[in-house]
Write a protein that binds this ligand. Sequence first.
Ligand code: AGP
Length: 607
Amino acid sequence: MCGIVGYIGRQEAAPVVLEGLTRLEHRGYDSAGVAVLGNRGIRVAKQAGRVRDLGDALPKRFAGATGIGHTRWATHGPATDANAHPHTDEAGRVAVVHNGIIDNSAALRAELADAGTALASDTDTEVLAHLVARSDADTLEGKVRDALGAVVGTYGLAVLHADFPDRIVVARNGSPLVVGVGDKEMYVASDLAAIVRHTTTVAVLDDGEMATVTAAGFSTMRHSDLVATGKTAAEVDVDASAYEAGEHESFMRKEILEQPTTAQAVLRGRLDERFGTAHLGGLDMDARQLRAVRRVKILGCGSAYYVGQMGAALIEELARIPADAEAASEFRYRDPVIEPDTLYVAVSQSGETIDTLLAVQEVRRKGGRCVGLVNVVGSAIARECDGGIYLHAGPEVAVASTKALTNMFLAFALLALQLGRVRDLSIADGKRLVAGLERLPGQIEEVLAGEAELVEVAKDLAEARSLFFIGRVRGFPVAREGAQKFKEISYRHAEAYQTSELKHGPLALIDPEVPTVALVPHDELAERNVGALHEIEARKGPLVVITHEGVDLGEVNARRIVVPRNEPELDPILLNVPLQLLAYHAAQHLGHDIDKPRNLAKSVTVE
Ligand code: AGP
């Protein structure tokens, strides 16, 4: 979704800002813009389309050592040049870039129009520029405070003002913002990815905080009353190369291949071989509290929701606690009953997904305990939760989630193990699962080593107008995730179904043009699954079967992809890896922009 970059220092700002914006492209956007503040005041260039095109179209004289830029993902008004950020006041002396949504913008726009202000865009953000310009405070911080006092909504924003050429003022309420410290130069960004090549010394703003950023440093304050908050910058432990695709043709491929290593990272130091359990200090719950949990409710969106369903199955199986997952985007709208002995689990790669964040807030507002399975350290969801398990997958850049999803599954396995071992899961079973988890990274590597065999299968699937992904019980959420990944990047219609439900309706759609990707693990349902394959074959439906050695597919005519077996409870994640590769190679065959699929954003920060 939208991205913000700002620079103030010794260099020309525009190239630095534009380069930062390219680092945020993966988040999804449809227009881009930049404003610089130089001797001739504020100049703005913005247009619908790519950052690269904006750079090419930049006027020759676009000088200034202070600048802010933005990538916009349209919400209020279509993706046009006029709606792109930065937005300015009528005199062009104030420029604002903004992530988030101003909920009362319609009323504010009407008020401004009644007062004779000519509005130049359809956006909610524009009101901020006019409100800052209208304030009679004598500092820029005071003007921004006054403007923010009038708005209701979420924001991460950066403001330039021609009367205050030595500074950028930034503020946060619900949309992330970091300030980066350089040598006589400073950066601001909505995502560390934009500035990590320049600095890893950063301060993360909290909601309600504002910062004055000059070339010499920064100071923070509450934006309601400008009382200093005294935040300092700290070194963050990130490797800038983690934000580069390197020799890989895409981030998605890089992230798929990283999984054996990143899977180790989420398990590291958390497995207890001796007692067959897991140690999850971040949950901040002792054995007595864990034992008191009577139900688990998992909340996430998209792939995080599907892996939540895998997690619920793990928790029910290992801990024998009723567990289910629900789309966080729906949760709060049904005024959910929050039970004191339910453990709520929010799961999110970005830690920014607004629907998940609001679901967490709903739980906590009603007194529930919510823990987070989150990848981005210090993100809004991680901070909102009572405790949690960090995923340690490293930065995930591709819109289609792969390595983070695998680590979500592993984190659920750790949670299920710990919940199980404070209950009735035997030490023998605990040890069996610990050993299984230890084998998993190597087995993921084995699946990845078979990539070449999947390429032709993926190409054929890419040619289909519509596909089914089917699985049963543990396998059904895997089928859902497989279909999700396939449609996200190949733009083919892919639908997931329980194998058992096919004959209750969708079998009518099976024909030689509609392939089915079926999950048939070596478990107690294998025979029944094979029965369903016969039904598909009888309708001449092409079949791709993801299975284990030893599963007898009989006479079924199918392309067979064999993955290694682990413990049955842990098998789902190994069955999922070939589905990532099938989606990837199908999209590549179709020539799609794999890391930036159309219409999608990496972090969905608006409702
Ligand atoms: C995954 O491939 C998708 N891009 C999407 O469904 C994603 O999982 C969802 O938007 C949730 O994101 P989060 O994990 O950052 O909360």
